[in-house]
Design a protein. Structure first.
Lengths: 528, 714
């Protein structure tokens, strides 16, 4: 009687990923093996790059009678679930298609981020650990591994790798050879697909399925972000982390005050010193440490000092025109570009930078006394929106020299308008943080975190600045002045910061600031 | 030129008697048409029936051998009107389209066709795009069958039945002088299965054996009064009884399970497999469809045969009607039959099953359980399954506190339409919100994040017409977006001619990507003439000017700054009348399919090939993702920052990038940030390339901190 039940297989994929081809290979292998099989899908325009599924039912044994196979998967009645990506695996689990009594879950654990995750103004990514735990928990058996990395290493499509991995589980009534034959019979990119099949087979066979439930495990390194190669690129192309160009001796020379910081803050501060010595010079790095030391004298709050060390270093190394030129001339950059673009050994690679400096970027380099009147003039003439779109080929002599010239302006940076403006901002921000420390350490931490709102270039930078000013003037300063109830100081700043990151139009921030302002007028009853 | 090559599928269309056909449902329909001796085939593309035409377009040899005339119609009305050939001539013909939208467009011709009636079998294959995966409104084709007196087939979703219904459909059509529709749901169109093939048939009269003379003038064949009064009566007095007789004599409906029983089920053919799955779960059937309840499977859902229905229901306490979608047409019809036959069999359907929405396994199981429980036959195994699903859902709810983020469809990597919406988003930032009349086609993806624009969708090619009154009550000019597919399908007359005629003052953006891309990259009248294509290179701009549109601008879609400037001009120009922007950019799917193999061949042959892609400088990107909010390209994504001092992920271009250039254009148009760089990889560089590169390397090395060489040391 067991043979009367088909094996039911559900494939979750994204439009254009080859899920249909994968389902086709399995179907054709079943037909060739004399097994009754039915496959269906819901492709079409509605799934272009979106989430979609393919459903198959395969009889376990050959037979004369024609089965009546279902067109829709039923929850709790799926024997094998293949997902090409972690979120899609979790989506199928959430839909009830993965159950502990029967489902083998085979999923690649890499992430392809959704548009919502990508457009967030800060970090909108889902917690991969939670997705992974959820994916494994409800399966009878789970094979969870980064098959995208396997595919990348094998230079093969992901669907072929998953077919190999599926063959290794022996969950289908189809031997590996039948599946190999299906790839061959298809006649398209046979070599690459077979290579992927074998790689998937080996990756999956090397580690038999783990039982599901609590603590369902992951193969190998498990998680990797979208677009991240399986092997750290850095070691392959000799890439050094940003700013490693500074001589070690000079850094250690100014590191002594780091000892006074808690370990995590000290680690970040060490990075900060390295970055700022590269950005400007040792004296500038020392200024950074002095500022940290002054705050460290006021508090031992490890979290506060850690975030201060982080944000202060980033804010002090603001990406002005000089910095951008400097970064674009990094020695290791082209090697990295070559590797990421998968350039062959004999290929020539050109890099063309898209730059569009406006009056603020260009005049910001000039000394304050010169830049201010010029900017005022430009503003009076209504030219502030003008900008010069340019494409600079850094792999050509002229492009290289132009950026080199810009980068060499580092020596005059401390006298530049942009530098002066940034210093003024930092002083104001540090001042607010120090004042907040005296009232509520939690609030001080939140004040420090607001620095994360100010980032980017052009319009993004101006919007970040405007949001920050609004939060300072409507929340932080009234709190410090006692005009708003201080017990909600930390929470108010946190809510305002999150609201500023909710939408670029500033609608949410306006609402939150409005409700915080109303805290100043408590209801009449409470006042009595 | 279609999305894929159908060489293998075409081979399976040539199969003859004694061979087994393997393939998808819609291809089986195509094969069945050939086995039925059709003289002509036509239609308009749309999921899930596009492949019927796509395959035939590539099967020219096969068709000419059989003398079949193929027409890729400009819209569904044209396809329906094409069936007019069967009014006067004893030739079989079939047309296809996506329903309900296509049937709506075809309605005028369908009414007239149905009134006149046919002498040659006429079959309309409609993709019933309903439920999961559907991309249109949820309405039933059944309503059209009722109002126009067309017969409606809804075969069991397995190839032998589908094929038999196509063949019998033609006979039914001829026996009752009535056009027949066959509805296939999405999953039925794409279901893979097998059937025993027959030889293809040449029609008695076709392009190979033409009628020497046209049909005689016969006023009665015109749908024109007074003939229509006679036709109206003929529909019910002659055609309907003839259809009833044919359905019963040829056993088009399946009578399954035992003859006798307390209760029985009447089910739409298309829903049978889903029902069988739940009956098997209840222990009332098995994987081979051996149902243990009396079951009447309606492969013909209209017309119901009163004797057949009454005969099935007689002697039963109750019947359950399994009928997906609203309204409950079949249930109403059966109720009337029972009442007139004075049968006291209790009628259930939408009381235990939901009135609207897709009948998924769980929905069906709940309805079946409720029905059987009323008659003391509660199916314990089915109940246990429903309970286990509920328990599992409760456990899931604890694990997943919130729904997972959706993954809606989107523009492909490098899509030429995306830049236009980037420009429209930038326009919105400058001028404030603008009313956008959206349309059907890939460009409707702009209604999703990150563009989130579009105030209405009224139908294919209808955007401009739908903005006509809006323009009269808005301070700013509304923008209508239309694809080139929609333009030829309907927009040219309904929209453009209407706007010129009424001196409209709106803005129309026409996405000229060269194909009807959303339905699978089919040729349209303005597609370029190519060896294997059906495009005839009609010029949209000329068509516009000939209608009297004076303000026409052509822009290359990828030039975002230019598109933005042109949009601004269209919005603000004092010139009255319709402003049309033709946005040119070939469908990237089609383009990549053409150039990728060519480039690979060239590179392999040692020719100089320049491959372009974009790249984001990870040290310069600060992680605000403004670029993604203006683009949404699948290959523009995020990755963790390598900078220990930065917590937010940074933007990143993955290797799917096709180098369309939008990233650079957006960063220029919006003055975004200096992180974007274009990477040109020169494969098989020429001597001149190498010489230049070496010279530059040498010169750069003379300066300090020179970058790594473009040509690695050997």
């Amino acid at each position: 009687m067991a043979s009367a039940e088909p094996v039911r297989l559900l494939i979750a994929a994204m439009g254009g990923e080859g899920g249909g081809v994968l389902a086709g290979w399995i179907t054709n292998a079943a037909v060739a093996s004399g097994l009754a099989v039915q496959r269906t899908s819901i492709p079409g325009v509605a799934q272009r790059t979106g989430a979609t599924t393919y459903y198959l039912e395969i009889m376990r044994e050959p037979g004369a009678a024609r089965p009546v196979l279902a067109l829709n998967p039923a929850p709790g009645r799926v024997d094998v679930l293949v997902a090409t990506e972690l979120l899609e695996a979790a989506r199928m689990v959430q839909a009830g298609f993965v159950t502990p009594d029967r489902t083998l879950l085979l999923a690649s654990t890499h992430r392809v981020f959704t548009i919502g995750e990508k457009t967030a103004m800060a970090d909108g990514r889902l917690d991969p650990e939670r997705l992974l735990a959820a994916a494994g928990r409800f399966a009878k058996k789970a094979v969870l591994a980064d098959f995208a990395a396997v595919a990348e290493a094998a230079k093969s499509p992901l669907n072929a790798v998953l077919l190999g991995a599926l063959a290794a589980t022996e969950a289908l009534p189809l031997p590996a050879d039948a599946l190999r034959a299906a790839i061959r019979a298809d006649g398209k990119a046979v070599e690459a697909n077979l290579r992927g099949f074998e790689a998937g087979l080996a990756a999956s066979a090397a580690a038999p399925p783990l039982p599901g439930g609590e603590g369902a495990g992951v193969r190998g390194d498990g998680l990797s972000g979208e677009g991240e190669p399986p092997h750290p690129l850095a070691s392959r192309v000799g890439l050094s982390p940003p700013g490693r160009g500074v001589a070690a001796a000079s850094v250690s020379d100014i590191e002594t005050p780091l000892d006074r910081l808690p370990p995590e803050a000290a680690a970040l501060a060490r990075e900060g010193v390295r970055r700022l010595a590269d950005y400007q010079d040792e004296a500038y790095a020392r200024l950074y440490l002095d500022r940290l030391a002054r705050c460290a004298a006021l508090t031992a709050d490890a979290l506060f000092l850690k975030e201060l060390a982080r944000h202060l270093a980033v804010r002090m190394s603001v990406e002005d025109t000089i910095r951008v030129a400097q970064l674009k001339l990094r020695e290791a950059r082209l090697a990295r570009v070559r590797a990421e673009a998968k350039a062959g050994a004999s290929d020539i690679v050109h890099v063309i930078e898209f730059l569009k400096p406006g009056p603020e970027e260009i005049l910001g380099i000039l000394p304050v006394g010169l830049a201010r009147p010029l900017l005022a003039f430009v503003e009076r003439r209504g030219w502030m929106h003008l900008a010069w779109p340019m494409k600079v080929r850094t792999t050509s002599l002229s492009g290289f020299l132009r950026l080199k010239l810009l980068a060499s302006l580092r020596c005059i940076r401390p006298r530049s308008l942009r530098f002066a403006e940034e210093e003024a901002w930092i002083a104001r921000w540090l001042g607010l943080a120090e004042q907040a420390l005296a009232i509520d350490p939690a609030a001080a931490r939140e004040v420090v975190e607001t620095a994360g709102l100010v980032k980017g270039y052009g319009e993004t930078y101006r919007r970040g600045h405007a949001n920050w000013r609004l939060i300072v003037e409507a929340v932080v300063e009234p709190m410090l002045a006692g005009a708003l109830p201080r017990k909600s100081f930390a929470d108010a700043v946190l809510q305002a910061r999150l609201a500023a990151l909710a939408d670029p139009e500033g609608e949410r921030l306006a609402q939150v600031v409005d409700s915080i302002r109303r805290l100043a007028d408590p209801p009449a009853l409470a006042a009595e | 030129m279609s999305e894929v090559s159908f060489a293998k599928e075409i081979e399976s269309l040539r199969l003859g008697a004694g061979e087994t056909f393997h393939g998808e449902g819609i291809l089986a329909v195509t094969k069945a048409l050939l086995q039925s001796g059709v003289a002509y085939v036509g239609g308009y593309q749309g999921a899930p029936v596009s492949h019927l035409l796509d395959v035939l377009v590539q099967a020219e040899d096969l068709l000419s051998g059989l003398g079949i005339h193929l027409e890729t119609c400009t819209n569904e009305a044209a396809a329906a009107a094409m069936l007019g050939a069967s009014i006067n001539y004893p030739v079989r013909g079939a047309v296809t389209w996506k329903s309900i939208v296509g049937t709506n467009v075809a309605a005028d011709a369908l009414s007239n066709l149905a009134s006149a009636g046919v002498v040659g079998g006429a079959l309309i294959v409609v993709g019933e795009d309903y439920g999961e995966g559907a991309s249109v409104i949820q309405e039933r084709t059944h309503a059209f069958a009722l109002k126009s007196s067309l017969w409606l087939l809804d075969p069991r979703p397995e190839l032998p039945t589908i094929v038999r219904m196509v063949e019998k459909g033609f006979e039914l059509s001829e026996a009752s002088s009535t056009p027949v529709m066959m509805e296939l749901r999405i999953r039925a169109c794409h279901v893979f299965g097998a059937f025993e093939a027959k030889d293809n048939l040449s029609a008695a009269h076709s392009s190979k054996n033409r009628f020497a003379e046209p049909a005689k003038f016969e006023y009665a064949r015109l749908s024109h009064p007074p003939a229509t009064f006679v036709q109206e009566a003929d529909k019910v007095s002659r055609r309907l009884p003839a259809a009833h007789r044919f359905i019963v004599e040829h056993k088009l409906n399946d009578r399954l399970g035992p003859d006798e029983g307390e209760v029985g089920i009447v089910v739409q053919g298309g829903m049978f497999n889903a029902l069988n799955g739940r009956l098997a779960e209840a222990g009332l059937s098995d994987a081979f469809g051996d149902v243990r309840l009396p079951t009447l499977v309606l492969n013909v859902t209209h017309p119901p045969v009163p004797e057949e229905i009454a005969g099935f229901c007689a002697g039963k306490r109750a019947v359950l009607i399994v009928e997906e979608g609203a309204p409950d047409f079949i249930e109403q019809a059966i109720g009337q039959i029972l009442r007139k036959a004075d049968l006291q069999t209790k009628l259930h359907g939408k009381d235990v099953l939901p009135m609207a929405g897709e009948y998924t396994p769980l929905v069906l199981a709940r309805g079946l359980d409720a029905f059987l429980s009323l008659y003391g036959a509660a199916p314990e195994p089915l109940r246990a399954w429903i309970a286990s699903v509920a328990a599992h859902q409760a456990a899931l709810q604890k694990e997943f506190e919130a729904p997972l983020p959706p993954r809606p469809p989107s523009f492909c990597t490098g899509c030429p339409e995306r830049p236009v919406f980037s420009a429209m988003k930038l326009l919105r930032q400058e001028t404030g919100p603008v009313h956008v009349a959206a349309d059907i086609g890939c460009h409707a993806f702009a209604t999703f994040a990150p563009f989130s624009q579009g105030n209405s969708i009224l139908g294919y090619g209808m955007s401009l017409a739908s903005a006509a009154a809006v323009a009269g009550v808005q301070a700013r000019r509304p923008i209508s977006v239309m694809g080139d597919g929609g333009f030829w399908h309907n927009g040219l007359l309904t929209g453009v001619a209407g706007a010129v005629f009424n001196q409209g003052d709106g803005v129309l953006v026409i996405m000229n990507n060269g194909y009807s891309s959303a339905t699978g990259v089919q040729d349209i009248p303005s597609s370029a003439r190519e060896e294997h294509g059906r495009g005839s290179g009609l010029d949209i701009e000329k068509a516009l000017r000939s209608l009297g549109v004076t303000w026409v601008r052509r822009v290359r879609t990828y030039g975002v700054a230019k598109v933005l400037a042109t949009l601004k001009e269209a919005m603000t120009t004092p010139e009255k009348g319709l402003k049309v922007i033709v946005a040119d950019g070939e469908c990237q799917l089609a383009r990549q399919r053409r150039i990728r193999p060519a480039l690979a061949r060239a590179a392999a042959a040692g020719e100089r090939v320049v491959r372009t892609r974009f790249w984001i400088d990870p040290e310069v990107c600060t992680g605000d993702h403004s670029c993604i909010r203006l683009s949404g390209c699948p290959s523009l994504t995020v990755k963790p920052s390598e900078d220990p001092l930065r917590a937010d992920p940074i933007a990143h271009v993955n290797n799917d990038c096709v180098g369309c250039g939008l990233c650079g254009e957006v960063s220029h148009a919006a003055q975004l940030c200096p992180s974007f760089a274009q990477i040109d990889v020169v494969q098989n560089p020429s001597r001149w390339d190498r010489f230049k590169a070496r010279l530059t390397d040498w010169l750069l090395r003379r300066g300090a901190a020179a970058p790594a060489p473009m040509v690695p040391a050997e």
